[in-house]
Write a protein that binds this ligand. Structure first.
Ligand code: FAD
Length: 392
């Protein structure tokens, strides 16, 4: 099916809430996805290959670090622009959006927010251009939802630190030039550490056998007595608020991104249902198929409005972690349900790589787990309502 026929739903005229600049940015990402992603993504997925060259193109086009100020190589755009970029990238594939999310929110954001001026100047322009790839190490083999129990640690040796431990499930790890790693110091306080590829004792084995996010590369970060110069510590943050504020930024992008996957499924299912005939009529004329389409459009519309409002709040620095958490949780579930439900409209064709349903569905199984699981986000809302943290 030609990607050029794509007709994204906008039932509540959310477009009217966007500026001309927002629409221009969105159409430039959409065109790039049609041109550079759609033709190759099914092959990449089947072969479990991350198209590295697309990371460079994303950098050249300004899709990496869009809200990072221009003086550090970013585009200095607002958060709605960032959201729209994530939405269009995820319509292409969640793997590409994940790469861009990690680079922007989990690597550039902490260096910008918590880094020294030297660190900002050294890393941000190359990360923005996609010349350098970054990754973010928080999750450990034995500590996922509970990162506060991490055992990765740094020990002060006077003029440097020694880093030991391991991180797991790290997006971009095997291809990363630089890693932002969270480790405890001798007092048990979480610190941010910048580790560069090539440092002795630092390895990044790839994780194989994923049925989800196959066009994204995932791996471990292993630290065996790695010497970390003192100037590689992020000076302006201590404690879990460091990684949590990065996750907030990334979750915000996910709340938008998954709408792109849902709209891709909706568009393909609607078109097919109008063309495919059974019992002498288009399957779109049957009430049960209309129910699936009507419910999908309703849920997409609610997600679009939630994302837009969240973006407006974030632009005014008013979006709370609990609001971001709710939007991530709601929108990911919405997209996963739509991929599952609308795949059925396709009948047998829906399970093939000729259509994006199974790929989006499998990808979204990671998204519902990473950046805080679906369950944990529910408990964050529960905590907000009651003041009682049920996750502890
Ligand atoms: C493809 C992929 C890419 C990833 N990329 C990164 C990355 O770049 N960087 C990074 O640091 N991490 C990354 N992750 C890791 C991800 O963030 C973790 O998988 C996630 O935080 C959950 O941790 P876990 O898998 O150890 O599950 P666990 O924490 O072991 O949870 C297992 C189950 O128990 C539930 N559970 C846990 N605690 C509670 C509780 N208190 N109450 C109720 N239920 C609970 C969870 O909801 C879940 O259903 C990635 C994961 C995937 C799949």
């Amino acid at each position: 099916m030609s990607a050029d026929l794509y007709n994204p739903p906008d039932h509540f005229l959310v477009d009217d809430l966007l500026t001309e600049e927002h629409k221009m940015i969105r159409s430039s990402v959409r065109d790039w996805v049609n041109r550079s992603v759609k033709p190759i993504i099914e092959d990449c997925y089947e072969k479990a290959v991350f198209p590295r060259e697309l990371a460079t193109e994303m950098g050249e086009l300004g899709f990496l670090g869009p809200f990072i100020p221009a003086e550090y190589g970013g585009a200095g755009l607002d958060y709605i622009s960032y959201g729209l970029i994530m939405q269009e990238l995820e319509r292409g594939d969640t793997g590409l959006r994940s790469m861009a999310s990690v680079q922007t929110s989990l690597v550039m954001y902490p260096i910008l927010t918590f880094g020294s001026e030297d660190q900002r100047k050294k890393y941000l322009p190359s990360l923005a251009k996609g010349k350098m790839i970054g990754c973010f190490g928080l999750t450990e083999p034995d500590h996922g939802s509970d990162p506060g129990s991490m055992i990765t640690n740094i020990k002060d040796k006077g003029d440097h630190f020694i880093l030991n431990g391991a991180k797991m499930w790290i997006t971009n790890a095997p291809i990363a030039d630089v890693a932002v790693v969270w480790a405890k110091d001798e007092s048990g306080i979480v610190r941010g550490v910048i580790v560069e590829r090539g440092q002795k004792g630092f390895t990044t084995p790839e994780t194989h056998g994923k049925w989800s996010l196959r066009a994204s590369v995932t791996g471990e970060l292993v630290f065996d007595d790695v010497v970390v110069p003192k100037e590689h510590i992020l000076p302006y943050v201590r404690g879990l608020k460091g990684p949590f504020s990065c996750l907030n930024s990334a979750r915000y992008g996910i709340a938008w991104g998954v709408i792109g996957a849902a709209m891709d499924c909706y568009d393909a299912a609607l078109r097919y249902s109008l063309e495919r005939k059974q019992f002498g009529k288009p399957i779109a004329s049957f009430q049960l198929q209309q129910k699936k389409l009507a419910e999908a459009l309703t849920e997409i519309t609610k997600a679009q409005l939630l994302a837009w409002r969240l973006g407006s709040l974030r632009n005014e620095a008013k979006a709370t972690p609990a609001q971001i958490s709710m939007a991530k949780r709601n929108n990911v579930e919405m997209a996963l349900n739509i991929a599952r439900e609308l795949r059925q409209i396709m009948g047998a064709m829906g399970i093939t790589r000729d259509f994006p349903f199974m790929r989006h569905m499998m990808n979204l199984e990671s998204v519902i787990t990473y950046e805080g699981t679906h369950d944990v986000h529910l408990l964050i809302t529960g905590n907000e309502i009651t003041g009682i943290p049920a996750f502890k």
